[in-house]
Design a protein around this ligand. Structure first.
Ligand code: NAD
Ligand code: ZN
Length: 377
């Protein structure tokens, strides 16, 4: 079993990664929590149907009497009303300040349950048992919680670190293919940011990863979590360092928003964002063409991405009004070499526009040979 410690205040916690861990969840939690704890599992129907009984059995065998609470599935449910309804339900079920909430699902369940745990009776314990690639490699670690507002995504939220994160890559067997691949781009991102070995896995074991080979998946997920944990441990509340995790997300978020969150899964937008950041890095002389080519091949090697229908100028306007923009200056995380990134605040606007135009052509298959260089300025 891989075990990763996340060093945060007031208490460090561990993420454990192992195939089959779900069956041992009860025993592991019994080591961490008093047996008398009232445990409430928040989940969604697709996860409950496939894996709920197994988790319930494991918790019961360890002496807990879990209550399962179902919330509506999907990003639309990531709203304040859901928190309120879940809280009312907790009250009806008699949950007090000693309650323990288990987030059992993808990133949506994790973010909602995390926020609920930080608010309910001014804060109760939280355990994350993530069930999508994205939640296993990213959302379940780091303590960010949140819901969306009409005005934008994740605008209401808190930091609430879980007591433990239990990651069972077996759960990914039932994940729809597009969700599965979408999460892999986030894992690949971790390799580019700071783990050459992880990146090499994608280059050398791609077929096995895509076939969901359990050993390969466990390795990919453990290494991604380790990278995220290192960054979060060094910068719990997003000072400067944690920004590197935004690699691929600056343009990725703008693409998602500009396409109305309909045509692209988050991970697919990040995939295009990774290619964009690489292309920008090449254009402004921060990386070389061999590195850029390797990154683009690794991204595109995971499968075909949806076509982009976006206006480059509108993307630029979105970047400039993004909540993370500081004083109108857009900060890009750019790859320098595999495993090393840097933050740049001096990317010219015409480079951004040229790169988005290039993505557009690339996504429509209009480029015979992959060429990320920009020669028009
Ligand atoms: N807190 C953070 O640091 C952080 C980081 C990244 C993303 N997020 C958030 O995560 C959310 C996206 O998460 P997601 O991509 O996991 O989407 P999701 O939670 O909506 O899950 C995707 C779909 O897969 C289904 N599903 C989940 N596990 C399954 C399984 N094992 N088998 C079959 N079906 C399964 C779900 O029911 C859902 O329909 C976004 O809201 C994003 O903002 C948070
Ligand atoms: Zn992401």
């Amino acid at each position: 079993m891989a075990q990763v410690t996340i060093h945060v205040q007031p208490r460090p916690y561990q993420a454990r990664i192992e195939n089959g861990l779900l069956a041992r969840a009860g025993a592991l939690l019994a080591e961490l929590l008093p047996q008398s704890s009232r445990v409430f599992v928040v989940t969604v129907s697709p996860v409950r149907r496939r894996w709920g009984a197994k988790l319930a059995r494991s918790l019961a065998a360890a002496g807990f009497k879990p209550q399962i609470i179902q919330m509506p599935d999907g990003e639309m449910a990531k709203e304040l009303r859901t928190i309120e309804k879940l809280a009312e339900k907790l009250v009806r079920l008699g949950a007090d300040r000693k309650a323990v909430l288990i987030a059992f699902g993808g990133g949506v369940v994790g973010d909602v349950t995390g926020l609920l745990a930080s608010l309910y009776m001014r804060g109760v314990e939280l355990v994350q048992i993530p069930s999508t690639v994205l939640a296993q490699v990213d959302a379940s670690v780091g303590g960010k919680t949140g819901v969306n507002l009409g005005a934008g995504k994740n605008l209401l939220g808190t930091f609430h670190q879980p007591r433990a994160v239990l990651i069972d890559p077996n759960l990914l067997r039932t994940l729809p293919n597009r969700e599965f691949r979408g999460g892999l781009y986030e894992a690949l991102k971790c390799g580019i940011i700071g783990d050459l070995d992880l990146f090499l896995r994608f280059e050398q074991k791609r077929a096995k990863i895509l076939k969901r080979d359990p050993v390969e998946l466990e390795g990919v997920i453990a290494q991604s979590v380790k990278l995220k944990a290192e960054v979060v441990s060094a910068d719990e509340h997003e000072g400067g360092l944690r920004r590197v995790l935004n690699l691929g997300h600056t343009i990725g978020h703008a693409l998602e928003a500009e396409t109305g969150y309909r045509t692209l899964r988050h991970g697919e937008a990040v995939a295009w964002g990774l290619i964009a950041a690489t292309s920008i890095a090449l254009a402004v002389g921060r990386t070389d063409s061999v590195t850029a080519g390797r990154i683009a091949d690794a991204v595109l090697g995971l499968g075909r991405l949806p076509e982009l229908k976006v206006n480059p100028r509108k993307i630029l306007a979105r970047l400039q009004s993004d909540k993370k923009t500081q004083g109108g200056v857009v900060h890009f995380v750019l790859p320098r070499e595999i495993g090393k990134v840097e933050v740049a605040a001096d990317v010219p606007e015409n480079v951004v526009i040229a790169v988005v135009e290039k993505l557009h052509r690339l996504s429509r298959g209009r480029m015979g040979k992959l060429d990320l260089s920009i020669d028009d300025f």
